[in-house]
Ligand binder design. Structure first.
Ligand SMILES: *[C@@H]1O[C@H](CO)[C@@H](O)[C@H](O)[C@H]1NC(C)=O
Ligand SMILES: *[C@@H]1O[C@H](CO)[C@@H](O)[C@H](O)[C@H]1NC(C)=O
Ligand SMILES: *[C@@H]1O[C@H](CO)[C@@H](O)[C@H](O)[C@H]1NC(C)=O
Ligand SMILES: *[C@@H]1O[C@H](CO)[C@@H](O)[C@H](O)[C@H]1NC(C)=O
Length: 249
């Protein structure tokens, strides 16, 4: 009698285990590392945000985290306007493969966007605008096949754009106020709802047709030419190597 009782208890305990939906210890450690680097070790931020090893990111609603309630997987990480002064540790956060939204807009985050961003394969929204990011955008960025919105505006990114038109589902790319250079890659503007590269240092002809986008998406790039800007491209720079016929000769 006693033995059956214990046996039943143990079975029900084992059956109940998978129902206690807490986040993996490993995922929790990853988040803690990420937050520490993001807040530059500012412990007052850590305390008020609930990011500590004695609580659960989903059940205890850590600041900025949204989870799928059934699987306890991390879906969104949104930490906007918080005065965060550290770096974005993509190497750690992108080991969490369920992440769909990553927004740290309007903080003071510095450093580069690391190439491991590519491991965030489920990412649909990446908002790192209005920070102090610098360096080149990683060549792995176009590997984010599910990306819809990419906002990098008001940072100090430099160098050329990677092959972003490769991301077929991209609907918005906002990059104004950086130090980006080189040609604008051949976006299919008809697929885009938002596009802005104003106040960079892009050069050469703007790919055609630009669809709904007028001059205001391309302002402040003195070396850009062709429609919709008012600056004509030199003949040799016409896209597709077209030649203007020499009239009357
Ligand atoms: C630390 O974080 C708190 C809360 O976000 C913020 O008010 C404070 O300015 C931060 N201190 C530093 C030195 O970043
Ligand atoms: C850990 O965070 C929880 C909220 O998520 C809070 O209730 C608890 O006081 C925190 N513990 C410490 C030691 O800061
Ligand atoms: C902008 O790019 C041109 C080359 O296209 C270069 O000569 C110039 O120095 C750049 N200006 C800035 C401010 O980076
Ligand atoms: C692009 O950004 C510039 C600078 O903020 C702004 O003046 C312009 O209106 C923007 N254009 C569009 C289409 O968003």
């Amino acid at each position: 009698m006693e033995r059956i009782h214990i046996w039943v208890l143990s079975i029900s305990f084992i059956l109940l285990l998978p129902l206690s939906n807490s986040v993996d210890e490993e995922v929790k450690q990853t988040l803690l590392t990420f937050f520490q680097r993001l807040s530059n070790g500012n412990h007052s931020a850590d305390l008020s945000f609930g990011w500590n090893s004695t609580s659960d990111p989903c059940d205890d609603r850590w600041k900025g985290i949204s989870c799928d309630p059934r699987s306890s997987s991390i879906k969104k990480l949104v930490l906007e306007n918080l005065g965060l002064r550290g770096t974005l540790d993509v190497r750690s956060i992108c080991t969490i493969q369920t992440l769909g939204v990553l927004s740290v807009q309007n903080n003071f985050i510095h450093g580069e966007l690391q190439p491991e961003i590519e491991n965030c394969q489920q990412l649909t929204h990446l908002y790192i605008n209005q920070n102090q990011f610098s360096g080149h955008l990683p060549d792995t960025l176009p590997g984010l096949n599910n990306l819809k919105r990419l906002f990098i505006y008001e940072n100090s990114f430099s160098g050329e754009l990677p092959d972003l038109p490769k991301i077929s589902g991209l609907v918005s790319f906002l990059a104004q106020y950086n130090h980006l250079t080189g040609k604008i890659p051949k976006f299919d503007f008809s697929n885009l709802q938002g596009f802005n590269v104003s106040f960079n240092n892009f050069s050469g002809p703007i790919p055609k047709p630009t669809g709904r986008f007028d001059d205001s998406s391309f302002l402040g790039n003195p070396e850009l030419c062709g429609k919709p800007t008012s600056k004509q491209c030199p003949n040799s720079n016409l896209p597709g190597g077209q030649q203007v016929p020499m009239l009357g000769i």
